[in-house]
Design a protein around this ligand. Structure first.
Ligand code: NDP
Length: 255
């Protein structure tokens, strides 16, 4: 089986789904040549598990990236560019996110803004700054159609951000989280429409309800299982599934 992509960047990869994405990518028999594992504090205590993983796999490059800080994003672009030595970046996975369980009664503007800053502005600015590297990858020799091996942006979304489904609002209102992920979904659709002709695929993925700090121990899915599914779905993406919202099993989710 061919590598999913020669170069992959994952945001928020020091724990949860992001860490497992890096772990499974690095362990795969056809591992990408460059796995840019990014997080806010690669040298701090929260980066320990990622540093230990990187020590076992030369393909993993740790890069500082706070998705809500433009100077940090621009520094990450420079670091990635220097590793790629003239090649483009094939696959950008916008995974970093924050949750919020605020209800109509408890929500305030600060909590709303915090969710939008990380879940909407973060992936928007990261994508904008890495776009030249994605465009470079899309123009690579012999690349046709749309795929993660050519050039792709994957935005990690959630079923509870689906306006079409509007799942379980009474049990879990989560106003800031739901609204920010719905906005992220619109961004995915805009990018998919705009970047298709440039050879860049753009898809939203719901990872399932996963046992992580965010998903909690109550979640039914292990992070290993979810990420195995996500990576299988990513390998199958094409021009038919750009502008799609899929879950970790490849099922379509209503926007
Ligand atoms: P976790 O809370 O376990 O991890 C979140 C990750 O995002 C951490 O690495 C965190 O870094 C990072 N992060 C948050 N803000 C920033 C920032 N400004 N810059 C860089 N990194 C940041 O969450 P999950 O792994 O569960 O979630 C990953 C994605 O999956 C999210 O987008 C989430 O919305 C989505 N999702 C998760 C579900 C679940 O059940 N777990 C269900 C549906 C969707 P730090 O350690 O520095 O805080």
């Amino acid at each position: 089986m061919a590598a999913l992509a020669q170069s992959v960047l994952v945001t928020g990869s020091n724990r949860g789904i992001g860490l497992e994405l890096v772990r499974q990518l690095a362990a795969s028999p056809q591992a990408p040549q460059h796995i840019f594992a990014t997080c806010r504090e690669p040298d701090g205590p929260s980066g320990k598990a990622l540093r230990e993983l990187a020590a076992q796999h030369p393909s993993i490059k740790l890069v500082q990236l706070d998705t809500v800080s433009l100077p940090s994003i621009q520094g990450a672009v420079q670091a990635v560019e220097s590793h790629l030595k003239g090649q483009g970046l094939n696959l950008l996975i916008n995974n970093a996110g924050v949750s919020s369980h605020a209800t109509l009664q408890s929500v305030d503007s600060q909590e709303m803004l915090a969710a939008f800053t990380t879940n909407v502005i973060g992936p928007l600015q990261v994508t904008k700054e890495f776009l030249p590297l994605l465009e470079k990858a899309a123009k690579g020799l012999g690349k046709e159609g749309l795929s993660c091996s050519r050039a792709a942006i994957i935005n990690v979304s959630t079923k509870v951000g689906s306006i079409g489904l509007c799942l379980g609002v009474l049990e879990a209102p989560m106003y800031p989280y739901r609204a920010s992920k719905a906005a992220q979904n619109m961004m995915t659709r805009c990018m998919a429409a705009e970047l298709k002709d440039k050879g860049i695929l753009c898809t939203a993925i719901h990872p399932g309800w996963v046992k992580t700090d965010m998903g909690t121990e109550k979640a039914p899915l292990t992070v290993e299982h979810s990420v195995r599914g996500i990576l299988t779905v990513l390998a199958s993406l094409s021009q038919d599934t750009t502008d799609a919202f899929l879950d970790w099993k490849g099922n379509s989710v209503p926007w």
